[in-house]
Design a protein around this ligand. Structure first.
Ligand code: MSP
Length: 654
């Protein structure tokens, strides 16, 4: 019998770059929650996907000379592959280019227009393309910087449709006050209330006309629907909302939790709820805004080249180590700093020393002292009651922590058990008991208690580290069944005596910290440059302002001749000027040229240049110039014009 339904979602990712560990953080959290809920008896729907429309994606495709759909198809395949390698257990992957989604969003837009919640007007204001966000001037930082990503926003002016967000302000404030879970953690709820809701909401621009990669407004197709309007609707369209089949929608909506990063909480706790209010359907039960994983001082960002990708970590240390680290090291809800050193230290202390050693020591002792057969427990002893109490009380605490999305607390509860069991080994000293046949009965109890504690631990870690659980089960002779289900983690003594125990490979072989850091840094860097090859700097585009036309006769008046620099020196009075002596056929000409910033005099001697030979001589700062030489120049560069091959000096150019 299922306990009920449970619907958890991740944000849908922009397919504009390869996912780094910051993105995987959101998805790993949702995955653990989904696994935990399935394990504890819920009928779970775990949704993830990709947010494929918008100006940003269109531009990214254009710079690669691709059509947007062709471009996103390729990246979406890559994203699905990452989730596969990370063993992410999603039930549905939605793409906002899916036909059902497109149709449903159009229906939603039409409905809100028909009922007067969407109206036509004109938008003039600030827009941040990387974040696809509209801003008011007062929200910008330092005059024009986007408050979310710190990149410059730009002014845009276009005819647009607006959603009457302001109409929902009072209802939203009331909802926030009566339903604290609409925005967790508390600090973010206060931020939403104080920075956005209470100062007053402005109507939201929900269509764009300056590009076309989006869902067309059904009744005015030169507009495309604003990408955030399109995106948030995925949470219901993925369940069939807007189609004839509402079975899943009826079963899973409202969502139990939308997990999102802190910078997109505003879209999920203000804009999305207001759309739902307008549609007259229930709001999600919880929106959880987690913190950012920072690298150095900043949120990971490609432009700063400080990104860490999941693949090198998975390949070297395994999926479970990455998942464990992400959820144990950082308090969910707060920002945290990633460093390779912290990762490797945690690997050693928690996974290798605490968990890995406990399993390998225990299995080795059962093999050594009882031929690999789990003995029947015998006499109890001083430390047993305390051990059992701690072991069987953990499941409840872990459940409470996970229900509040406090994954780090849940893992800490599990590690308290692991440390307690390790201590039990030190307290009971099985290697001393084994020396005396009279202590066999007590030794049997100790071995049994150890293995059964490991059984409980393997159940507790299962939602977080499924592979490790399976490896432990192989070693202590367990399979999926009634002594490995969640309920059995609260009962001591479920593993049958007589079970065969067999040493396997080390779960997490200990790492040499300094050596490992060096090696891993190298691997990370190589990986970074394979997937982000340095881009050729783009050629600046030159705007041409034409000069008035001339006739061929006018052009013919110019006397252009091949010349060679035979002497070059600095102008005695002007730093910008050089004084050149040019050989032009049988003549020598002196030309003063403003090229000192770009050419050293000694490098010019021997160079072929083009001389305008019939220019009226002038004095430049007291030195006569008999003509000028040709150069191409812009604000920061100057290049002299030469010949494609050798020609005698004095030759006429026409
Ligand atoms: N497409 C929107 C979401 C639409 S949901 C209806 C979007 N996409 S995103 O690809 O930019 O980000 C997806 C998620 O990754 C966000 O929750 C974001 O916070 C998270 N992260 C991206 N970098 C991160 C870190 N460095 N650390 C933690 N999470 C971060 O926003």
């Amino acid at each position: 019998m299922k306990k009920g339904s449970y619907y958890v979602t991740t944000p849908i990712y922009y397919p504009s770059a390869k996912l780094h560990i910051g993105h995987t953080y959101t998805t790993v959290a949702a995955d653990v929650l989904a696994r935990f809920k399935r394990f504890t008896g819920y009928d779970v729907k775990f949704l993830t996907g990709t947010d494929e429309h918008g100006e940003k994606i269109q531009k990214a495709a254009e710079t690669r000379g691709m059509k947007p759909k062709e471009y996103v198809d390729e990246i979406v395949d890559g994203i699905k592959d990452v989730w596969k390698r990370m063993d992410i257990s999603y039930d549905k992957f939605i793409r906002t280019t899916d036909e059902d989604h497109v149709k449903a969003v159009q229906k939603i837009f039409q409905k809100l227009y028909d009922q007067g919640d969407i109206y036509k007007s004109e938008y003039e204001g600030w827009y941040c393309t990387p974040c696809e966000s509209f801003w008011t001037a007062s929200q910008l930082k330092e005059g024009n910087l986007c408050p979310d990503c710190n990149r410059p926003a730009h002014i845009t002016k276009e005819e647009a449709y607006f959603f009457k967000l302001s109409k929902y302000q009072d209802r939203l404030i009331k909802y926030f006050e009566e339903n604290p879970e609409i925005c967790y953690p508390e600090s973010r709820k206060n931020e939403m209330l104080n920075n956005f809701l209470k100062p007053g909401l402005e109507d939201l621009c929900v269509s764009r006309t300056t590009f076309d990669w989006g869902i067309p407004v059904p009744f005015d197709p030169k507009h495309v629907i604003y990408v955030w309007f399109d995106a948030v609707c995925n949470y219901i369209t993925a369940l069939g909302y807007g189609t004839d089949n509402l079975e899943e929608y009826n079963k899973f909506w409202p969502a139990n939790v939308h997990i999102v990063g802190k910078e997109i909480v505003r879209f999920h706790t203000i804009i999305w709820p207001a759309i739902l209010m307008a549609l007259d359907i229930p709001l999600p039960k919880m929106v959880y805004g987690h913190g950012w994983i920072m690298f150095g001082d900043d949120k990971m960002s490609k432009s700063k080249g400080n990104i860490v990708y999941p693949d090198p970590i998975i390949q070297r240390y395994g999926i479970d180590a990455l998942k464990y680290f992400l959820l144990r090291e950082f308090a969910f809800g707060q920002d945290g700093h990633y460093t390779n050193r912290v990762f490797i230290s945690r690997f050693n202390s928690d996974l290798s020393n605490d968990l890995g050693n406990l399993v390998s020591r225990t299995v080795a002792m059962v093999e050594q002292y009882n031929d690999g057969m789990l003995p029947e427990p015998g006499i109890g002893g001083e430390f047993d009651a305390d051990l059992k109490e701690i072991v069987i009380s953990a499941a409840d605490k872990v459940e409470k922590a996970i229900d509040k999305l406090q994954f780090h607390e849940g893992l800490e509860e599990i590690w308290k058990v692991i440390r307690r069991v390790n201590k039990y080994i030190d307290e009971t000293t099985p290697w001393i008991l084994a020396k005396d046949e009279n202590n066999k009965d007590r030794l049997n109890t100790v071995l049994y208690n150890l293995v059964d504690s490991i059984r409980v631990i393997s159940i507790l870690i299962k939602p977080f580290m499924e592979n490790t659980t399976e490896k432990i089960w192989e070693q202590i002779g367990l399979t999926n069944g009634e002594n490995t289900n969640w309920e059995s983690a609260s009962i001591f003594g479920k593993i049958p005596a007589g079970t065969k125990v067999k040493k396997g490979e080390l779960l997490f072989p200990r790492l040499d910290v300094e050596k490992e850091i060096k090696e891993f840094e190298k691997i990370n860097e190589e990986y970074f440059y394979t997937i982000n090859p340095p881009e050729e700097p783009a050629e600046p585009v030159v705007e041409i302002t034409p000069k008035p036309e001339i006739t061929i006769d006018e052009f013919d008046k110019l006397e252009l001749r091949v010349a060679e620099v035979i002497k070059a020196e600095k102008h005695p009075k002007a730093d910008r000027l050089l004084v050149l002596q040019l050989k032009v056929g049988t003549e020598t000409r002196q030309v003063v040229s403003g090229i000192a910033e770009y050419y050293k005099p000694e490098k010019l001697v021997g160079k072929t240049v083009i001389l305008v030979a019939n220019l009226k001589p002038v004095k430049l700062r007291g030195v006569e110039s008999q003509g000028m030489i040709l150069a191409a120049s812009n604000d920061d560069k100057l290049v002299l014009v030469g010949l494609d091959g050798k020609m005698p000096t004095g030759t006429l150019i026409s």
